[in-house]
Every structure is written in structure tokens, then in C-alpha cells.
Design a protein around this ligand. Structure first.
Ligand code: ADP
Length: 471
């Protein structure tokens, strides 16, 4: 092991093949054995081989007492532990590397146990939550999770601990020590127990509060834009709305005059007068419904999540646009499938989608004056059960150079266009879980189609509400 033969070794002392820094320890252990202070000793240290190489040995020493004809001596049993030491060193180096990643990482890293108690937290996570590692160790995940996200957290954690899912991923809110709320994105996968360590769950925690704020600001400004564009559309439609309201008003005046005549004669005809009053009431209701519809279009309200019949939405829009369609001589062909399931969503927003498509269609047809303007609207079911609405015109067709750009915000080919209609419509349809696209019309013009996932039965209905509110 040392590279010396016995005769050479007999001329040496142990200090000759020990490193100088270990001389003191070696001397003292030998002295204690020889002075009979101790019977045995154990030491782990390096030895120098004849060729200069260092080897790690674990030496067990024990004193053999003197007999009548031999003095006391020390016996050593030696095990070469160089390989073990090398493995330990590389383990230590690897641990140090991981420790430094843990300590210096800019993302939060924490570990928890099956009872959802914190075991460790790196400085980034401590910073994020405002607690020291010591404080976190006395807390569970429930303490630092926003009350609205606790159930989802527990459900998903149970999923990974019970082996139903390989990893855990969640976006949720956490509560800082100072009470502030932050949004985080967490990814974790459990580490199984070993002989020496129990199981634990290491998690990477990324603070996405700023991103969430930006998303919210974007959502608010989109909603605001949608409202503004709705108002613009409303401006364009004022004439047709005036026409709509004028109709019942004129009818009310006519019925009022008739009523007066039925009452004026000597033998008042009360039955006819009552009929006239009934007509007045009916027309007044119609006028107030039109006003309510207009008000709901301009009001600043968050999107609703209520059952909506898509055929009713189409009928509403045709009601709003009737004046415009009549004025432009557009013939409307409807093919609406009866008994379509309702969808969950915002009726006013969906009206806006259909209205945008109808207005675009009318404008595209106005550009081709010598072709009969035909607007075809169909509603049907797709193979997967979702609803498909198609709005097709006989207009000028899509600009072949930029067919996909029409969905981009502010892309317009119209002199006074804003270029927001299709972009907002896409956002609305996607927020409802659907898709909006265009295809060439047959034989001319353009067809716009959008899908909406259908709901059937109470269960699907409540799922969808949850889905949309999560969006
Ligand atoms: P805007 O109507 O203000 O231009 P949109 O986002 O609604 O904004 O439409 C963007 C562009 O898409 C239009 O300028 C037009 O070029 C094209 N487009 C939309 N609808 C049709 C259609 N029915 N036929 C032909 N082109 C259309």
C-alpha cells in the first residue's frame, strides 16, 4: 500500500510517511496508546506513498501490552479509503454547487413536507414572502396562500402526493408577511424518501405579480377599447336606431288619435278605444325595450356569464341593423338551426361580434354597387357539439395580399376605418372558448365563421361558468 518493503519500513518511523500537518495528531495518538492512557485509537488521514502519491487511510490502532520477553507495541489495521474520500469530495462539491444555486437563485426555491409544512426556503423565496426561513419553518402553505386559492392548492398537492399526477403546477396568489398579495407561478415534483431522508416536495416559485398587473391592464384597456368601438358603432347606427324608435312612437300617436276618435262620438265605442289603448301600451313597451337594448350596449359592465341563445343574439343584431340593411337594400338570408343548446357568456359582447361582422359585410357589399347585396347568416352544430355561426356577404372579398392581417389590431383597408372590429371580436370569441376565422365566400365575397363551445345539462353549465370566470 505504501510502496516500501518491510526492511525499508523497519528503518522508518510512521512520521516519515505522514504529512507534516498530521504529525502532531499522529504523535499524540501513539503517545496515548503507549502511555496506556487508551487501549485503542482510530484516525483518518492521508499517507504519502513512496512515489509521492497521497492516499487516504482509515487506521485502527490498538496497543498490545508488554510480556516478559517483549515490550508493548502498537498494531495498526489499515483500510484504504481513497475512493470513498474522492466520492465524498465530489458529493461535497456537488452539494456546494446546488447550495449556491439555492442561495443565489433569483427565483424562489422552497421545500415542503407531506403535511404542507415548510422545510426550507432560499433567500429569494424569503424575500418574496417577507418571512425568514426560520419563520417559514413554523408555517404551512395554507398560512401563506390566498384564501381563494387554498382549495386548489390542497387539491393539486394531494394529486401529486397520492401519485395521481407526476408534478404540480399552479398560478396562485400568496400573502406576504406584511399582508401584501403577490401572484406566483409554482412548479414542483415530489422527491421520494431515501434510507436517510424522508420524502419532500421541492418547488420553484416565480413571482409573476408584474406580469399579472400588465395582463390586467391589457384586459382593462381592451375592454375599454371594446366599449369605445361599440360607441363608435353606435354612432354609425344612430340613424337606424332613431328609425326603430320612431316606428313605435308613430304607432302610439296613431293609436292615441284613434282612441280619441272612438271616445269623441256621442256613442263612444269603448271596446275599440280599449283596443287602441292596448296597442299604445304594446308599442310603448317596444320602444322601451329598444332603449334598454341600446343602454345595455353602451353601459360599462364586466362581461356576464349567463346562458345565451345564439339565435337570439343574431335576431337582436338584425333588429339593431334593420334600418341600415334596408337603407342599403341588403337582402338577408337566415338559416338558423332550431333547438341549439345555449352557451354561457356575455350576450352584449356576442351581439357586438355579430354586429361587427354584419357591419363589415354591409361595407364590403357597398363597395360593389352592381352586385345584389346578400347577407347570409347561419347557425349550426359542429361534429364536436360546439356551435358555428357564419356571416357571409357577396362583397368585394378579402384583400389577397393580407388575408391574415385583417385580425390584427389597427389593420384597416377603409379610409375611415379603425381596424379594431375583428381584433376585438377575436378577443371576445376566444374569451368564450371559441375561434374566429375567415374564408372566401361562394361564389363571391367573404364568410366569417366563429365557434362557441356549447353547454348541455347543469354540470356542463357550471363548469363553463367556472372556466370563463377563470379566464
Ligand atoms: P375596420 O372595419 O375598421 O377596417 P376590422 O378589424 O373590422 O376594422 O376589419 C379589418 C379589415 O378586414 C377591413 O379593413 C377589411 O380590409 C377586412 N374585412 C373585414 N371584413 C371584411 C369583409 N366582410 N369583406 C372583405 N374584407 C373585410
Amino acid at each position: 500500500m505504501l510502496g516500501y518493503d518491510e526492511s525499508e519500513l523497519r528503518r522508518m518511523t510512521p512520521l516519515d510517511y505522514n504529512f507534516q500537518e498530521d504529525w502532531e495528531r499522529t504523535r499524540s495518538i501513539l503517545a496515548r496508546l503507549l502511555d496506556e492512557e487508551e487501549q485503542t485509537g482510530r484516525i483518518e488521514k492521508r499517507y504519502r506513498r513512496r512515489n509521492g502519491e497521497a492516499v487516504w487511510w482509515e487506521a485502527s490502532l490498538f496497543r498490545v501490552p508488554a510480556t516478559e520477553n517483549s515490550p508493548a507495541f502498537v498494531t495498526m489495521i489499515i483500510i484504504d479509503i481513497t475512493e470513498r474520500k474522492r466520492a465524498e469530495d465530489s458529493l461535497r462539491a456537488s452539494e456546494a454547487r446546488w447550495r449556491s444555486i439555492f442561495e443565489h437563485s433569483v427565483v424562489g426555491i422552497g421545500t415542503t413536507d407531506r403535511q404542507r409544512r415548510y422545510l426550507s426556503a432560499n433567500p429569494a423565496l424569503q424575500n418574496m414572502l417577507g418571512y425568514s426561513e426560520e419563520e417559514l419553518r413554523s408555517l404551512t402553505l395554507a398560512h401563506v396562500t390566498h384564501p381563494d386559492d387554498r382549495d386548489a392548492t390542497v387539491r393539486r398537492l394531494d394529486g401529486v402526493w397520492e401519485g395521481r399526477q407526476a408534478s404540480y403546477h399552479i398560478e396562485k396568489r400568496m400573502i406576504r408577511k406584511d399582508g401584501g398579495v403577490i401572484w406566483v407561478n409554482i412548479t414542483a415534483a415530489p422527491v421520494a424518501a431515501t434510507e436517510s431522508d424522508p420524502e419532500f416536495l421541492p418547488a420553484i416559485v416565480v413571482n409573476i405579480t408584474e406580469q399579472k398587473k400588465a395582463e390586467e391592464a391589457l384586459r382593462v384597456s381592451r375592454a375599454e377599447l371594446a366599449r369605445v368601438s361599440r360607441l363608435t358603432t353606435m354612432g354609425e347606427l344612430t340613424a337606424s336606431i332613431a328609425h326603430e324608435i320612431n316606428q313605435p312612437l308613430a304607432a302610439i300617436v296613431a293609436s292615441g288619435n284613434a282612441c280619441r276618435r272612438w271616445l269623441a262620438s256621442d256613442q263612444a265605442n269603448l271596446d275599440r278605444a280599449r283596443d287602441s289603448v292596448d296597442r299604445i301600451i304594446k308599442d310603448a313597451h317596444r320602444a322601451s325595450e329598444i332603449i334598454a337594448r341600446i343602454r345595455s350596449m353602451t353601459r360599462k359592465t364586466p362581461p356576464a356569464q349567463l346562458p345565451v341563445e345564439i339565435n337570439d343574439v343574431i335576431a337582436d343584431v338584425l333588429g339593431f341593423a334593420r334600418g341600415e340593411l334596408l337603407a342599403k337594400g341588403v337582402s338577408v338570408r337566415l338559416a338558423l338551426l332550431g333547438d341549439l343548446p345555449s352557451i354561457i357568456g356575455d350576450r352584449v359582447q356576442l351581439q357586438q361580434v355579430v354586429l361587427n361582422l354584419v357591419i363589415n359585410a354591409v361595407e364590403a357589399m357597398a363597395a360593389i354597387p352592381d352586385r345584389e347585396p346578400v347577407l347570409a347568416i347561419t347557425s349550426q352544430r359542429a361534429d364536436d357539439g360546439s356551435l358555428i355561426v357564419t356571416v357571409e356577404d357577396s362583397g368585394l372579398g378579402l384583400d389577397a395580399t393580407n388575408p391574415e392581417r385583417i385580425f390584427d389590431a389597427f389593420f384597416t383597408t377603409k379610409p375611415g376605418g379603425m381596424g379594431m372590429g375583428l381584433s376585438i371580436s377575436t378577443s371576445i370569441v376566444e374569451a368564450h372558448g371559441g375561434r374566429l376565422w375567415a374564408s372566401p365566400g361562394l361564389p363571391h365575397g367573404t364568410a366569417f365563421h366563429f365557434t362557441l363551445p356549447a353547454t348541455s345539462g347543469a354540470e356542463a353549465h357550471s363548469d363553463k361558468v367556472a372556466l370563463i370566470s377563470a379566464c
